[in-house]
Design a protein around this ligand. Structure first.
Ligand code: ADP
Ligand code: MG
Length: 292
C-alpha cells in the first residue's frame, strides 16, 4: 500500500513513503489529480473559511482515503473544529474558497443532512442534548433517513433487526443497555456522550468519520474502550480523521498519517512518529525546527 506522507499546501505536489521498501517517491503533479484518489477519498482542496468575516482556515489541503486513519494535531484555536464543521457543512462557517469532494463527487454545496447521507460522519467535540428524543430513536431515525436516501421505497429498518445491531454495538463499547432508552446526551457524563457519538458512528457505517477530540473527557478506561471500539469498526471502506491534542488515543488508533495544523493551515504531515515528536517537543519545538 502506498500512503501519501506529505502534500505541499501551496501547489498540491506530494510525496509518498512506501512503507515496505522504505523508498520515498516525489510527484509534482497535484495530489488531487491522482485518479486512484478520486474514488473512495475525502478530498479537501485549498479550503478557505471565515467565521463572521474573520478568516480562520487559509488554504487547507487534505486527502483522507477510505481504509486509512489520519490524525490532525495542533494547538487550541487553530481551526481544527472549524475544518471538521466545514467538511460537515455547518452553516456558521463561510466558505470563501476551495472545494470538498467525497468519492469523486463535489459535496461543497450540500446540506449537512445530504453530506451525512453521502457518507460523512462527525463525532462532535461538544455533543448537544436533545431532551425528549431517546438515543435509540435518534439513531434509528438517522439510519432510516440514510436507507431512504439509497432507496426511496425503503420502509425503514425492522425494529428487531435494529435492536440486535444496537445491542451488539453497545456491548462493543461496554455501554449499559439502559442508555438506549435515555434522552440523547441529557445529563450524560462527558464519557457517556463520547461513547454515544461512537455508537452513532458504528450504526451509520459512514465512508469518512471525523472524530473531533473524542478523547477529551474520557478517563483512561473509557479511552481504551472507546478506542478499541473504533478499532473494531476499521475497515477498507472507512476513512477516519481523528482530531486530538494528545498522543494517548493515537497509541490505540495507530494513524497512518499525522498532520500538524497551526494558524489555519496544515504545516506538516508525517507518519505516526510525528505524534510522538509533538508529544515530546510540543508545537513550539516543531515550529522552530521547521523555521530553521
Ligand atoms: P480548534 O478546534 O483548533 O481549537 P476552532 O476551529 O474551534 O479551533 O477555532 C478556530 C478559531 O475560530 C478560534 O480563534 C476561535 O475563537 C474562532 N471561532 C470559533 N467559533 C467561533 C464563532 N462562533 N465566532 C467567532 N469566532 C469563532
Ligand atoms: Mg476544537
Amino acid at each position: 500500500m502506498i500512503i501519501i506522507i506529505n502534500i505541499d499546501q501551496n501547489d498540491g505536489s506530494w510525496y509518498t513513503a512506501d512503507r515496505e521498501n522504505k523508498r520515498a517517491q516525489t510527484n509534482t503533479s497535484p495530489i488531487f489529480s491522482r485518479k486512484d484518489h478520486l474514488m473512495g477519498s475525502l478530498i479537501v482542496k485549498n479550503l478557505n473559511v471565515s467565521i463572521e468575516n474573520q478568516p480562520i482556515l487559509t488554504g487547507v489541503n487534505l486527502v483522507v482515503p477510505q481504509g486509512e486513519v489520519h490524525a490532525i494535531m495542533g494547538p487550541n484555536a487553530t481551526g481544527k473544529s472549524t475544518l471538521a464543521y466545514t467538511i460537515m457543512g455547518h452553516p456558521k462557517y463561510t466558505l470563501t474558497g476551495g472545494q470538498i469532494l467525497l468519492d469523486g463527487r463535489d459535496i461543497t454545496g450540500l446540506s449537512p443532512e445530504e453530506r451525512s447521507k453521502a457518507g460523512i460522519f462527525l463525532a462532535f467535540q461538544y455533543p448537544v442534548a436533545i431532551p425528549g428524543v431517546t438515543v435509540a430513536n435518534f439513531i434509528r431515525t438517522a439510519m432510516n433517513a440514510h436507507r431512504k436516501a439509497e432507496n426511496p421505497g425503503d420502509k425503514g429498518i425492522p425494529i428487531p433487526e435494529f435492536r440486535k445491531q444496537l445491542i451488539e454495538k453497545m456491548n462493543l463499547l461496554e455501554m449499559d443497555p439502559s442508555m438506549a432508552g435515555r434522552y440523547l446526551n441529557d445529563g450524560f457524563s462527558g464519557g457517556e456522550k463520547k461513547r454515544v457519538e461512537i455508537l452513532q458512528m458504528a450504526m451509520l457505517s459512514p465512508k469518512i468519520a471525523i472524530l473531533d477530540e473524542t478523547d477529551s473527557g474520557l478517563d483512561i478506561d473509557a479511552l481504551r474502550i472507546v478506542s478499541e471500539g473504533i478499532n473494531t469498526l476499521k475497515n477498507s471502506n472507512l476513512g477516519i480523521l481523528v482530531i486530538t491534542h494528545y498522543q494517548r488515543m493515537l497509541n490505540y488508533l495507530k494513524p497512518d498519517v499525522v498532520h500538524v495544523m497551526a494558524e489555519g493551515k496544515i504545516m506538516m504531515s508525517g507518519g505516526p512518529e510525528l505524534a510522538q515528536r509533538l508529544e515530546n517537543e510540543g508545537y513550539e519545538g516543531i515550529k522552530s525546527t521547521e523555521a530553521a
